[in-house]
Design a protein around this ligand. Structure first.
Ligand code: FAD
Length: 368
């Protein structure tokens, strides 16, 4: 229809740890025309949005980006400042061109098939203020869109009637906002523990989890990490929905967890059955008045723009083969399932580029 189309070999969507790792390896290999699109206004991926009290001391540990020394920042510095600054240095050091703010709205098959081999993909995107941008046509997509934009909240009857404040971890700013309040914190992961520790200093906390939390009986070692990741791999190979990290490792007795135990904050209640205008109905039928419900119930992967491609299996997840979707090897998922950590993101970026170079080379005799 006369619309301008830009042709490239690879489009990287997202410039968090996973997208930047991929961009670094693409640049180093050379030979492929690639673009990196990112919805943020500046470097840092989801780290731009973490709450202030998630400092370099309280994060789980951030693996360095490829070709870079580790993040250098004092313990007390917020991760939402230290990591974006580090990513900015990385982008500059390797002269990576990231197009932002650009949000991909849709990835679909090019309706006009051309030449042999897999059909090209068309990428629709919008820039600042939602302004549509020229279409991109590409052979492959390295999707690295993370989870931050898809906070997950279970559906509980009565949620719409609650007169207090409801928020998700993704919207949490600071504990002081809840001074003097009765706060229900829902979730069995490390974010919930962090919220408990902070909010208990200024208000009353009530901790709810669906199942009794399982504490890891050993410290978090590389071996435990490897086992947990292997378990998640097994699920994504089969196309099962991705489970949380905590369900794979158990709640690791980090110093934060130990402190919460010491302070008696881990008096866990079964998830309430109903939300009322003024609180919740407990599993035993009694009502507990609450001012705030803070949902620390995790995130899903941001994959809405890939919907036209029909990647999901009948089990509800996406079956993965290496880094590619098993049903569509044009699509790589980085930071997905077992690679949803800074170390996993690094590896996925490298593995995806290796595979891509091989696939495209087989097809088109591109230089390797
Ligand atoms: P992100 O950093 O989320 O980057 C995704 C990027 O894609 C973003 O810039 C986003 O704007 C962009 N994007 C999304 N949708 C689109 C679109 N449609 N078009 C264009 N761009 C888009 N892991 C660790 O290893 N150590 C930790 O200490 C740690 N702490 C964590 C703390 C919290 C609270 C959470 C939620 C997670 C934590 N993780 C941690 C896991 C963390 O998510 C990963 O380690 C890693 O940061 C994820 O990197 P990523 O590149 O996959 O995603």
């Amino acid at each position: 229809d006369g619309t301008a189309v830009r042709d490239v070999d690879v489009v990287v969507i997202g410039a968090g740890q996973a997208g930047l790792s991929a961009a670094y390896h693409l640049q180093r290999r050379g030979g492929l025309r690639f673009v990196v699109l990112d919805a943020e206004d500046g470097p840092g991926g989801a780290w731009r949005h973490r709450w202030d009290s998630l400092t370099m001391a309280t994060v789980n540990g951030i693996r360095e980006l490829p070709g870079m020394p580790p993040v250098e920042a004092d313990d007390g510095v917020s991760s939402n400042r230290a990591v974006p600054a580090y990513f900015a240095d990385f982008e500059q050091r390797f002269a990576l061109q990231i197009e932002r703010p650009v949000r991909v709205t849709l990835v679909e098959d090019d309706p006009i098939a051309s030449g042999p081999g897999p059909r090209p993909l068309l990428i629709r995107s919008v820039g600042r203020d939602g302004a549509p941008r020229p279409l991109l046509r590409t052979r492959a997509v390295l999707n690295a869109t993370g989870t931050w934009t898809r906070p997950f909240r279970p559906v509980i009857p009565g949620a719409g009637d609650f007169r207090g404040i409801q928020l998700h971890t993704a919207e949490y700013v600071r504990a002081e906002d809840f001074t003097g309040a009765r706060v229900g914190i829902i979730g069995g992961g490390i974010s919930a523990i962090g919220h408990l520790l902070e909010i208990a200093e200024v208000g009353s906390t009530f901790w709810y989890t669906r199942r009794p939390p399982v504490f890891a009986d050993r410290p978090f070692t590389e071996e435990l990490g490897r086992e947990a990741v292997a378990g998640v791999w097994e699920r994504v190979r089969q196309g099962l929905p991705v489970r949380s990290v905590v369900s794979a490792t158990g709640l690791v007795r980090t110093p934060a967890v130990q402190e919460a135990e010491r302070r008696g904050l881990l008096e866990r209640r079964s998830l309430f059955t109903r939300i009322t205008p003024d609180g919740v109905i407990e599993a035993d039928g009694s009502e507990t008045p609450l001012d705030v419900l803070l949902w620390a119930t995790g995130f899903r992967h941001e994959l809405r723009h890939l919907r036209p491609l029909g990647l999901r299996s009948e089990h509800g997840g996406i079956a993965i083969d290496g880094t590619t979707a098993a049903v569509d090897p044009r699509i790589h998922l980085l930071g997905y399932g077992p690679s949803a950590s800074t170390i996993g993101a690094n590896r996925a970026g490298r593995a995806a580029v290796n595979r891509l170079v091989r696939d495209l080379h087989d097809l088109h005799d591109l230089p390797v």
